[in-house]
Design a protein around this ligand. Structure first.
Ligand code: SF4
Length: 352
């Protein structure tokens, strides 16, 4: 897919936009003042695949703790600022890798100018994070109001020769989110941070984010993503990875093709696939040198076809199955040999 041309902006060590891979972000849910638990949460998120973390800087008391978090996070930390411009200045002093400002609640031009001046001195990019829930003015459709809000804010930055900008236009409504980014896309070359805001608990978040973020990515729009989820932030990262992998934009491990099973299935496919996913951790994404497609199918209806199309595949039979490699059947396996065999075959393929 052809990607929208954008400037490349650096958030700490992570490049956003241009030809940089689409990165995964999340946000801490702990109290920022509790530095240790926040650092702990960030480390878990990093291990799960989060590449940039946003931390709420809510009040003056959070700044001391924020500084410790930045120093020990191990990934770039973005300070999330609302209402109080002095917190943005404090976060810059504390060493944040980027700022997120909300045009809906930091509005005085003098305040914005002071933040821009300091960010420019420290070479810190700023995300202009428009959110439908905090729009200061609504004119016409929500998507139009979000775009207008971003464009008005951008003007202030550009007047001060500040171009280290990332844009987000998030609504809790999937259609509004898609419309807003689509409308904004031809109007600027700043990279986009994509997300559907307040997307709800796991299932609703997974569906809304996949449709909202996925549709835009498929059109070549978007440079970094954050899945919003009411619940464990590790699951945000999990969904984000699935979205990127489904569109073949990033590879985090083999793509698993497995059927939903039905009355024809005579193996415990759900258990086999679950065990296989667990055992994949032994190999680890860093050792997956190339994308692989692994098919584990319930029976001979679609099994042999999918197994032949995959790099490695198994088509289930009655408590057994046929192993396929690179399109050819190589041997029969007992059901309890499936997982070990797949793991060995994957390891062997990565050694080739
Ligand atoms: Fe059912 Fe076989 Fe299709 Fe799986 S592959 S859903 S077991 S018919």
């Amino acid at each position: 897919m052809k990607r929208r041309k954008t400037r490349k902006i650096k958030i700490g060590t992570v490049a956003i936009g241009g030809d940089a891979p689409i990165s995964i972000q999340s946000m801490t849910k702990t109290d920022t003042k509790a530095a240790d638990s926040t650092i702990n949460e960030i480390r878990k998120l990093k291990k799960a695949g989060c590449e940039i973390i946003r931390v709420a800087v809510k009040d003056k008391d959070s700044i001391v703790s924020f500084k410790r978090i930045v120093a020990r996070a191990g990934i770039p930390v973005v300070a999330d600022i609302h209402f109080l411009p002095q917190l943005a200045l404090g976060a810059i002093e504390a060493g944040c890798a980027a700022l997120r400002l909300n045009p809906g609640n930091i509005k005085r031009k003098e305040d914005i100018a002071e933040i821009i001046k300091r960010a420019k001195e420290k070479k810190i990019p700023i995300r202009i994070g428009v959110n439908s829930g905090s729009l200061s003015q609504r004119r016409g459709a929500v998507a139009d109001s979000m775009v207008k809000s971003a464009l008005d804010y951008i003007k202030i930055f550009e007047k001060m020769d500040f171009y280290d900008i990332i844009i987000s236009l998030k609504s809790s409504n999937v259609n509004e989110t898609i419309d807003a980014y689509r409308k904004m896309a031809p109007l600027s070359d700043y990279p986009f941070h994509l997300g559907v805001t307040a997307a709800g608990p796991f299932l609703s978040s997974a569906v809304k984010s996949s449709i909202g973020i996925g549709t835009l990515l498929k059109e070549g729009i978007g440079d970094t993503i954050r899945v919003s989820l009411t619940g464990d932030p590790l699951r945000e990262v999990e969904i984000a990875k699935e979205i990127l992998a489904s569109l073949s934009l990033r590879c985090f491990g083999p793509e698993i093709i497995s059927c939903p099973t039905c009355g024809r299935c005579e193996i415990d496919l759900q258990k086999i696939v679950g065990n296989f996913k667990e055992r994949l951790k032994e190999i680890g994404p860093k050792n997956m040198k190339r994308p692989l497609k692994i098919a584990i199918m319930g029976c001979v209806v679609n099994g042999p076809g999918e197994a032949k199309d995959a790099d490695i595949g198994i088509a289930g039979g009655k408590n057994n199955g046929a192993l396929f490699k690179k399109g050819k059947k190589v041997k029969n396996l007992k059901e309890n040999e499936f997982v070990d065999t797949l793991i060995e075959e994957i390891k062997a393929l990565h050694k080739e």
